[in-house]
Design a protein around this ligand. Structure first.
Ligand SMILES: Cc1cc2nc3c(=O)[nH]c(=O)nc-3n(C[C@H](O)[C@H](O)[C@H](O)COP(=O)(O)OP(=O)(O)OC[C@H]3O[C@@H](n4cnc5c(N)ncnc54)[C@H](O)[C@@H]3O)c2cc1C
Length: 396
């Protein structure tokens, strides 16, 4: 069979693989399958400026009109439902079977559902979700957000700015547990000062609604301590799971996403990248699955190069940002669980500071609060030291 590269998942990672392959000179058969009908778009603004009504959908598109169709055969609005790695086939939801020589898995993550009546809570993952949700965020509406992570806190800020009454329910002792107590507590404090009710150490145990459609009428949100909160809308922002259902039974290790080596290879003829992929990261010294926009793009670049015979490993320092209303947090590196954050300027009254995360005497990440340029400087100073890759095998 002639070479045919099949990419499943047409968002940041999948689209970037297609673009890189063509840029690198690949002129063979290339197919892209995506469950959504829209052109590939950028998701981060969905909880920020798009939700706030400041951007139009066209401003989110990742490619120009028709560009993608010039690069690949595109199956839009089609979902992969099964794969046979030995036969090298992928079956779509309309029964189409796609033969290929190489498969790239880029199916991202699926939001986790809250307990209670299905559809009683809304999710914020797609452009369609964001449109429907934005229509409900009018001044005075009561919004309960289940989940104090990046999505929950960013949405809380946007909804506050739109005049909503916001209650954020966070399971941990403070919002943004991934960034540790110092930064998380500060975000909680700022959200409260901006008018949000922030309940910590609590979880939503059920959402009760009389209506059947998502977000169609008042709901009652029940917490694990018995508290009942009336709301007009409840957002489920409790996390997501890798979209690997269609790969069940293939023999791939799907423990936490698709397990890959440091170059994105999961099995002979199979690569994975983006939020769905758990890569071995030499700098981190272990496997990691990150849900960060820039990381998805970096992985896509490496996968495309490796598909064309290169032997690249991903040794860049992961980078992500989160807009917390007026505050921009930028992180380079991985604030590993258990790492301690030490601010350089411990005065939280100053609305600009940097700090480092350390674990076992090693800097794992640097963070900047309203100081992105300082973060870049710190990244160079603190993370460019002896490469931990020297201490571990480059590929696993
Ligand atoms: C609201 C929101 C805000 C965010 N904000 C930030 C931020 O501020 N900073 C940051 O670094 N990151 C942010 N992220 C994360 C960032 O958007 C992701 O890291 C990035 O989108 C990952 O791209 P991906 O292509 O791996 O996966 P995804 O964007 O999840 O795309 C996967 C695609 O695959 C499709 N798909 C799934 N299953 C199948 C199937 N079986 N067959 C065919 N297609 C399928 C899906 O429909 C989807 O289009 C945010 C994400 C969201 C949702």
């Amino acid at each position: 069979m002639k070479r045919h590269i099949l990419v499943v998942g047409a968002s940041a990672a999948g689209t970037a693989v297609v673009q890189h392959l063509r840029r690198l000179g690949y002129d063979g058969a290339l197919t892209l399958v995506g469950a959504e009908h829209h052109p590939p778009y950028d998701r981060p603004p969905l909880s920020k400026r798009f939700l706030a009504g400041e951007l139009r959908p066209e401003q989110l598109w990742l490619t120009g009109a028709g560009d993608l169709d010039r690069l690949a055969t595109v199956h839009r609005g089609r979902r992969a439902v099964a794969a046979d790695l030995a036969a090298r086939t992928v079956t779509l939801d309309d029964g189409t079977v796609l033969d290929h020589t190489d498969l790239v898995v880029a199916t991202g993550v699926t939001p986790s559902a809250l307990p209670g009546r299905p559809g009683a809570a809304v999710t914020l993952k797609t452009l369609d979700d964001a449109r429907a949700f934005a229509a409900r965020l009018t001044a005075g509406r009561r919004l309960v957000i289940a989940g104090g992570g990046f999505l929950g806190t960013e949405t809380a800020w946007t909804a506050l700015a739109l005049g909503c009454e916001v209650t954020l329910v966070a399971r941990a002792a403070h919002p943004l547990p991934a960034l540790g107590g110092h930064v998380g507590a500060l975000v909680g404090e700022r959200l409260r000062a901006a008018g949000a009710t922030v309940l910590t150490g609590r979880a939503v145990s059920a959402v009760h609604a009389r209506h059947t459609g998502p977000g169609e009428g008042p709901v009652t949100v029940e917490l694990d301590d018995g508290t009942r909160l009336p709301a007009d809308t409840v957002l489920s922002a409790i996390g997501s799971a890798p979209a690997t259902d269609w790969l069940a039974g293939t023999g791939l290790d799907l423990t936490d996403g698709v397990r890959c080596d440091a170059g994105g290879a999961a099995a002979p003829g199979v690569h994975a990248c983006g939020d769905v992929a758990s890569w071995y990261l030499p700098r981190h010294g272990g496997r990691l699955r990150l849900e960060h926009r820039m990381h998805a793009g970096e992985q896509a670049r490496v996968v495309a190069a490796n598909l064309l015979g290169d032997a690249q490993v991903l040794d860049s320092v992961p980078f992500f940002w989160t807009d917390q209303g007026p505050h921009k947090i930028v992180v380079h590196g991985v604030p590993a669980p258990g790492a301690r954050f030490a601010p350089h300027d411990p005065d939280p009254g100053r609305d600009r500071f940097t700090g480092v995360y350390r674990k076992d005497g090693r800097v794992t990440a640097v963070l900047a609060w309203n100081a992105p340029k300082d973060a870049l400087r710190l990244r160079r100073e603190l993370l460019a030291g002896p490469d931990p890759a020297d201490r571990v095998p480059a590929r696993r």
